[in-house]
Design a protein around this ligand. Structure first.
Ligand code: SIN
Length: 344
């Protein structure tokens, strides 16, 4: 569904307001519950983009809005096919002279994966901002409308250009590469562990305190318009067996990420199974389940001897995104993959 562009009367005096495309995909921000006190038992992704926008007073003083309903899902059900569709639509819109920036409304559960996917596949320096909500649209103190207003404010700001894909949530601006969900229920659910947020959006004001250093968007060589490989994640824990790795290799998996313990250490049984997979040509990336910190190359495991790539500061979930994109781009040998993980 497309909603036509509205022009703000407050723009009459000077330059027209920036035109921001709002792409809705569902999530709790578009969730509906039977009563207003209900913040856990609701259906995500049922309220349409026009209604989301109508709930944000003052939006027309910030930007002209072009709205599209790209999907209506609970983001736990995000698919690789929808990633391709979304990245393609963002790229089409940002290539247009009529659009100054994009905002994507998304569920919180896989937002960090989609944000990093777009960070590496959007080919524009124009702002691209994701936002979401922890409380459904029908809730008392719903957080969606202010998050959406802040996201549009950020996407409409010149300061956001060239900063890569951003996440506007609970007044903070996060880098797509760094951000992760850290609470199952709190309104302040997102953090950028170790590194912190890039800045703030509050009361219409955008303030950046730092820039992301890793190459992104126009400087990343990846595309989401690809036949996707199959990349799966396995986890190391007390008493883990070889069964999952053996089954995945037998099923023809194209790449594996291991969510190791601590600094990416891996239970001996699992490590042996992964080393055998690597020796058969299945790329294996070693990440950590801890949620913060980095996984050093040749630190907790002898990566060079075992045939593993170390993830650095990427979580297992973001490591999977990067491995998917790298394999789809034809980068399959260990040296190329380690370079990709050291770079992006
Ligand atoms: C979802 O991820 O779609 C549901 C949960 C949320 O948005 O908070």
């Amino acid at each position: 569904m497309n909603t036509s562009v509205s022009t703000s009367s407050s723009a009459a005096a000077g330059r027209p307001l920036p035109c921001i495309a709002v792409l809705a995909t569902g999530g709790t921000i578009a969730g509906s519950a039977a009563d207003a006190a209900n913040t856990a038992g609701y259906q995500a992704g049922v309220i349409g983009v026009a209604q989301l926008l109508a709930a944000v007073p003052g939006l027309d003083a910030v930007a002209r809005i072009h709205a599209e309903q790209v999907a209506s899902i609970d983001s736990k059900d995000m698919s690789l096919a929808l990633w391709s569709t979304l990245a393609q639509r963002v790229n089409e819109l940002l290539a247009s002279d009529d659009i100054d920036g994009v905002v994507i409304t998304h569920g919180t559960d896989t937002l960090e994966e989609t944000a990093y996917l777009l960070q590496l596949t959007v080919k524009s320096a124009k702002p691209c901002v994701l936002t979401a909500a922890m409380r459904p649209a029908t809730a008392l103190s719903a957080d969606g409308p202010l998050n959406l207003l802040n996201a549009v404010t950020l996407a409409a700001s010149e300061a956001a250009a060239g900063q890569g894909v951003l996440v506007a949530f609970n007044n903070r601006i996060h880098c797509a590469r760094d951000v992760a969900k850290f609470s199952t229920y709190a309104v302040d659910a997102f953090q950028s562990p170790e590194i912190g947020a890039l800045g703030w959006v509050q009361d219409g004001r955008v303030e950046f305190q730092r820039r992301a250093l890793r190459p992104h968007t126009v400087d990343a060589p990846f595309s989401a318009n690809v036949p996707w490989p199959q990349v799966e994640i396995v986890t190391s824990y007390a008493g883990v067996s070889r069964a999952a790795v053996e089954a995945l290799v037998a099923a023809g998996v194209d790449g594996l990420v291991v969510a190791g313990t601590g600094n990416g250490s891996i239970h001996g049984a699992l490590q042996q199974a992964l080393a055998e997979a690597a020796s058969k040509g299945v790329p294996v990336v070693r990440a950590s389940r801890v949620g913060s910190g980095h996984v050093m190359h040749n630190g907790a495991a002898k990566d060079d001897a075992l045939g593993f790539v170390s993830s650095g500061t990427l979580s297992p979930y973001k490591s999977r995104v990067l491995l998917l994109l790298a394999l789809a781009a034809g980068m399959t040998d260990k040296a190329s993959l380690q370079h990709v993980f050291d770079t992006f």
